[in-house]
Design a protein around this ligand. Structure first.
Ligand SMILES: [Fe+2]
Ligand SMILES: [Fe+2]
Length: 281
């Protein structure tokens, strides 16, 4: 059984005519930030290939396909950012970003402690990435840029399915129950404000030449991002996250999980905006 099905006519970056694209400044900023994150695709794949090096071929074949698609996301977001803002200097931004923030070493050991924990973590990342692209697609009026984000959202949902299958396969050997999965998922969600994302935000904003104030940068980034999330987006995220922790997303758990996510996003977004105004620059 394959972990991920190849798509016969997968989209290509040149399928989209971006010449007329326009994005509001906060959306452009988020797009550039995510472009740097996606463009680190080879680091992520190298780390996972090292973990899977003793596994049967299908594990690394899946990572190869996933890797190619994530790199394509980086290319796509770069093209979109450059078409809207010709001053966006991707090569120097990327070099600067990689020089400041390192990714996990490909030692063959998961920094999460086990392969199952790593897969739960990956499921969370893919679920939240898919949700983010849906949020961006819904936040803009430009139909071409919206179709770019929608294509990315679909890919991330497929990646979620791939890591979920890997998690289920791994669970046959490694017993990780619901509470363990919830713990790993929460740990990964709390890392959303770590330096990987926040430094990328400061680099594309041109605020990384001096010492980066991570908390201030996080407040600026999350304040504008979280204001775009609606109930339907968090319901979509909650459905995938429940699958990842082994809970069937029937009505009651889905409503409860959506409410928790919605409250978390509203409170964090509110605080980010308040803190950006009252804390010293
Ligand atoms: Fe991606
Ligand atoms: Fe992905």
């Amino acid at each position: 059984m394959k972990f991920i099905k190849p798509v016969s006519n997968h989209w290509q970056p040149n399928d989209f005519d971006l010449t007329q694209s326009a994005l509001a400044s906060p959306i452009l900023h988020i797009t550039k930030t995510v472009c740097l994150l996606e463009s680190r695709c080879d680091d992520y794949a190298e780390y996972l290939r090292a973990i899977f090096r003793d596994r049967e071929a299908r594990w690394n074949l899946a990572i190869d396909q996933w890797n190619a698609e994530e790199c394509q996301h980086g290319v796509m977001l770069r093209q979109l950012s450059e078409s809207v803002d010709s001053s966006f200097d991707f090569p120097s931004s990327m070099a600067h970003y990689e020089g400041i923030v390192s990714y996990h070493e490909p030692t063959g050991e998961s920094v999460r402690g086990s392969v199952a924990a790593e897969m739960v973590s990956r499921c969370v990342v893919e679920a939240l990435a898919s949700t983010l692209y849906r949020v961006l697609a819904d936040a803009i009026t430009d139909p071409t840029a919206a179709s770019v984000y929608s294509a990315l959202a679909q890919d991330e949902a497929r990646h979620f399915g791939m890591f979920l299958k890997m998690l289920e396969t791994e669970s046959e050997n490694e017993n990780v129950g619901m509470f363990g999965r919830v713990k790993f998922a929460l740990q990964r969600m709390f890392e959303l404000e770590d330096s990987q994302i926040i430094v990328a935000s400061s680099v594309v904003a041109g605020r990384s030449k001096q010492a980066i104030r991570l908390r201030r940068e996080a407040n600026q980034y999350l304040g504008s991002l979280y204001s775009l999330y609606r109930w339907k987006h968090l319901r979509y995220a909650a459905k995938m996250l429940l699958h990842a922790v082994g809970i069937r997303p029937s009505r009651l758990p889905l409503n409860a999980a959506t409410f928790v996510l919605w409250s978390g996003v509203r409170i964090r977004g509110w605080w980010a905006n308040v803190a950006s105004r009252i804390l010293p620059p």
